[in-house]
Design a protein around this ligand. Sequence first.
Ligand SMILES: [Cu+2]
Length: 145
Amino acid sequence: MRSLIRSTLAALTVATTATLMTGCMMFMKPPAASEFGRTRVGMAGVYRATITPAGDTIPQGVLQQWTLHLETVAGAPVDSATVTIDGGMPQHGHGLPTKPLVTTVLGNGDHLVEGMKFNMGGWWVVKFRIASAAGADTVIFNLKL
Ligand SMILES: [Cu+2]
């Protein structure tokens, strides 16, 4: 009986590992072009965020400032949020080379983001974790550099 439980557990472990690996492989594919917009709704559907880099194209290897506009999905500007930023390159398994921060609340939902940098070309993901009285949400942007 004990060995049956053990082999069942072993089989479950193998199946779970296979599922996780398949999910991981699927995640490694860059998303469709429609997923690379500069305005995105969060995964929890609480906020809509818009990134505005300094220029039309996002440069490589240069520290840059962005403006992050935050509003609720109903369109109310959000100025009182706690925002943390991370990201990386899913296909390379590394994060951002810097730790970008929201340094200034500019008002009307706009936030100054400093310290953004991308040190190579390819598919990047930038995640904004946002919390305010309206709720917690994560807005994910895909970038092609
Ligand atoms: Cu990389």
